[in-house]
Design a protein around this ligand. Structure first.
Ligand code: SPD
Length: 341
């Protein structure tokens, strides 16, 4: 055997003798209608890491699964106030900034918010608001706030988010009460208001509230701003308004559970999502407010002019905070009222 043949044979034997490397994969648990499959496919193509993707419809669903333990998620996507709960409960792993060079692309104002003041555990994914969308071909009178919205004449013409904290917040705003002070007195104040409101609702849907509006099943909604932005892109008869009494502004983040088995791969996916061209793909599919300053430079003038994605300055917007055990009181109240309607 000549030298070259001998070398090739030894290389072949060496390769065969290596233990087979487990295919790298990563388990992502994220909001429904929020992560385009094209982004995950692009990541797999770029890195060889397969992404198993499971979705949820509420922060409570995500939190319940993580608190219960036994889940095998490597990357999750809580809203700011839920990330705050997770940090307090030590459910999140600190991030390694050295593995996230694309953090530099973010708008600095979106990092180090009250839920994670040092930006140690979370990376902003998208931001948004919760507001009123009206089919202006069907509703001719102005609907500027929660009290205009929940009117008997709109009975069975309404879709709202299926989210207890949101519903209670709208009722608190309508009563001029603070939205992060959840106590027995404030819940007693909103209970009769909510009892009337839930009777007017035709559809509760947090996954795709736009669908009932697009189908013409309802004429008004209180929805995530990204859903309203899609409606506006489809037909400008769907108008988005930030309620005059005030509205919830959220930052949904990416975070790695403390129990994650594939932390390296999770860092890689976060860093991939932070690429401007990838973040733009997310905005194209789900037009929330993009916190990535470099990605925003790639968005069209039309996308940046969408009034739901980028609402005018001056609106009264507030973020939710961790309210501890009161979250369960809210959930109980809303569940009881819905089942009694
Ligand atoms: N379909 C994606 C919805 C994302 C909404 N996140 C905000 C939740 C605030 N409670």
């Amino acid at each position: 055997m000549n030298l070259r043949a001998c070398f090739s044979l030894s290389l072949f034997v060496l390769v065969l003798s290596q233990p087979a490397r487990a295919a790298e994969e990563l388990n992502l648990f994220g909001w429904s209608e929020y992560v385009p499959q094209a982004v995950l496919d692009g990541f797999t193509k770029a890195t060889g890491i397969k992404v198993n993707f499971e979705t949820y419809s509420s922060n409570e669903e995500l939190l319940a699964k993580l608190v219960a333990g036994g889940s095998n998620y490597d990357l999750v996507q809580p809203s700011d106030y839920t990330a705050e709960v997770m940090i307090r409960q030590k459910l999140l792993a600190p991030l390694d900034a050295a593995k996230l060079p694309n953090l530099k692309n973010l708008d600095a104002a979106m990092r180090r918010q009250p839920h994670d003041p040092e930006g140690r555990f979370t990376v902003p994914y998208m931001s948004g608001t919760v507001g009123i969308v009206v089919n202006t071909e069907k509703v001719k009178t102005p609907v500027t706030g929660y009290r205009d919205f929940f009117q008997p004449r709109f009975k069975e013409r309404i879709v709202v988010l299926n989210d207890s904290r949101e519903l209670v917040t709208w009722a608190l705003y309508s009563q001029g009460a603070p939205i992060n002070t959840i106590n027995a007195a404030n819940l007693a104040k909103v209970k009769p208001v909510l009892a009337e409101w839930v009777k007017l609702v035709k559809v509760f849907d947090s996954d795709s509230p736009k669908t009932a509006l697009l189908n013409g099943d309802v004429d008004l909604g209180i929805v995530w701003s990204g859903e309203a932005a899609i409606l506006w892109n489809t037909d400008q008869k769907f108008r988005y308004t930030i309620p005059a009494e005030g509205a919830h502004q959220f930052i949904d983040v990416l975070a790695i559970p403390a129990s994650a088995k594939h932390k390296e791969a999770a860092h890689q996916l976060i860093n991939y999502i932070l690429r401007p061209e990838v973040s733009k793909l997310i905005s194209d599919a789900f037009p929330y407010t993009n916190p990535n300053a470099e990605a925003r430079k790639l968005l069209s003038a039309e996308a940046l002019a969408n009034p739901a994605s980028y609402p005018p300055a001056g609106a009264k917007l507030e973020t939710f905070r961790d309210i501890g055990r009161a979250a369960a009181d809210i959930d109980r109240l809303v569940t009881d009222l819905k089942s009694a309607r």
